[in-house]
Design a protein around this ligand. Structure first.
Ligand code: AVI
Length: 343
C-alpha cells in the first residue's frame, strides 16, 4: 500500500491535508491506515512480519507450506493464480512451486498498488520458481477496476492472504470479496488468510503482544504516521508527546491501534489548530479477528462457500479454501467503495 492522495482539493488544501483534517475533526480523532505505508512505514511493516510476537506471517506461511502440496490435485483443473495485494509475493512461491510441478507452467497474476513491490515479486519468482509466467497489474484493488485473465481450460485460484481482509470494516471486506467473485466463474476458488479471534487456545494477551512488541517496532510503525504528516503536510506533531496503544475491542472483535496524546497540546496542520486533551487518542488502525461463523457469513454473503478451513495447532490463524457459489445466493446489497480506505 502507499499514498492514494495526490490531487489538490477544492478548498485549496492539498488533498492529503484535507483527508487528515477531516479525520482529526471527528469526535474520535482518526487517521486512515493506508497512511502507514510510505517507504519508511513499509520497512517497519516488513520488520513486524518477522517479530517473535507477530505470529501471523510465520503461522500463515507454515499453514501454506503444509497444505500446498495437496492443493493442485484437490483443485483438479489446471490453474492460474491471481493475487490481490500481492506485495513482494513472499509466501506465494510456496504455492506456485506446487502448480508448476503439477501442470508444467503456471500463469501468476499479481495485483498491487505498488509497482516496486510487483517488480520485486517478478524478479524473485523468476529466480526461485522457474516455470512461472508473471503478468502484473498495478491497481488499487479496492477502488480501481482490474482484470483477471483465464487461459483456455484453466480455473482461477484467487489469493487474498496476509490477513489484509482484517484491516477493513465488514461492509468493505464484503465488497472486496464480492468484486473478486464478479471476476470468477463456478469452478474457481479463493484462498483467504484470516487471523482468528481469541479462543480456547488463543488468549487476548497473545493478540495484544502481536500489536505491541517488546522491541517497539509496532510503536515506531504507528508513530511514523505522524512523522509522515510532518514531512508531507508541514504539520508539527511532537512525536514524543504521543504514545503507541494497542487495545482489544471485544464487541467489534478487533485490535485497535491508537496514538495517545501524553499531554494537553495543540498541533498546527494546513493552517488549522488541532487541540488534544491529555489521554485523547487518534485511532489509526483496526485489525479484525474472525470466528469461524464470521468467516462463513463473510464468504457466503460474497458468493463463496467454504471448502476447507486450515489452521495451525494453536488455532491462531486460518487459511480458508473457498469455492465459488451460485451468484443468486449473494447479498444483492453491493456496497459502493469510496476512495476511503480502512479506518
Ligand atoms: C497489514 N495488516 C494485515 C497488518 C495487521 O496485522 O493488521 C498491519 C499491522 N498493523 C500492526 N501490525 C501489523
Amino acid at each position: 500500500m502507499s499514498s492514494q492522495i495526490e490531487a489538490v482539493s477544492e478548498t485549496g488544501l492539498d488533498a492529503l491535508t484535507a483527508v487528515v483534517l477531516e479525520g482529526l475533526s471527528r469526535p474520535q480523532k482518526a487517521l486512515p491506515a493506508w497512511l502507514f505505508y510510505d517507504e519508511r512505514g513499509s520497512q517497519f511493516f516488513e520488520q513486524i512480519t518477522s517479530l517473535p510476537e507477530y505470529y501471523l506471517t510465520r503461522t500463515e506461511r507454515s499453514i501454506l507450506a503444509r497444505h500446498a502440496p495437496a492443493l493442485p490435485a484437490h483443485l483438479g483443473a489446471k490453474v492460474t493464480v491471481a493475487e490481490l495485494g500481492a506485495g513482494s509475493a513472499a509466501k506465494t512461491g510456496l504455492l506456485l512451486k506446487e502448480f508448476v510441478a503439477h501442470q508444467g507452467s503456471t500463469l501468476y497474476q499479481p495485483i498491487d498498488i505498488s509497482p516496486t513491490a510487483l517488480e520485486e515479486a517478478a524478479t524473485s519468482l523468476a529466480d526461485k520458481v522457474p516455470g512461472v509466467d508473471v503478468e502484473s497489474q498495478v491497481a488499487n484493488y479496492i477502488t480501481d477496476p482490474y482484470t483477471l485473465r483465464r487461459p483456455q481450460d484453466h480455473a482461477i485460484l484467487a489469493l487474498y492472504i496476509g490477513s489484509s481482509i482484517g484491516n477493513f470494516p465488514p461492509d468493505e471486506a464484503r465488497a472486496i470479496l464480492s468484486t473478486l467473485r464478479g471476476h470468477l466463474e463456478l469452478g474457481d476458488s479463493l484462498l483467504l488468510g484470516v487471523d482468528l479471534a481469541p479462543g480456547r487456545r488463543k488468549s487476548i494477551d497473545i493478540l495484544l503482544a502481536a500489536y505491541d512488541d517488546a522491541a517497539g517496532v509496532t510503536a515506531a510503525f504507528n508513530k511514523n504516521m505522524l512523522m509522515r504528516l510532518n514531512r508531507e503536510t508541514g504539520a508539527n506533531f511532537d512525536t514524543d508527546a504521543f504514545a503507541h496503544r494497542a487495545q482489544w475491542n471485544a464487541e467489534a472483535s478487533r485490535i485497535e491501534m491508537h496514538l495517545e496524546s501524553l499531554q494537553a497540546q495543540t498541533v498546527q496542520i494546513g493552517g488549522e489548530s488541532i487541540s488534544f486533551v491529555r489521554g485523547e487518542t487518534i485511532h489509526t488502525e483496526n485489525s479484525h479477528k474472525f470466528r469461524e461463523n464470521d468467516i462463513l457469513s463473510l464468504l457466503r454473503s460474497s458468493g463463496f462457500e467454504i471448502d476447507q478451513m486450515m489452521h495451525d495447532d494453536d488455532e491462531r490463524f486460518a487459511v480458508v479454501l473457498a469455492n465459488t457459489a451460485q451468484l443468486e445466493n449473494v447479498d444483492s446489497a453491493q456496497v459502493s467503495l469510496s476512495s476511503r480506505h480502512s479506518e
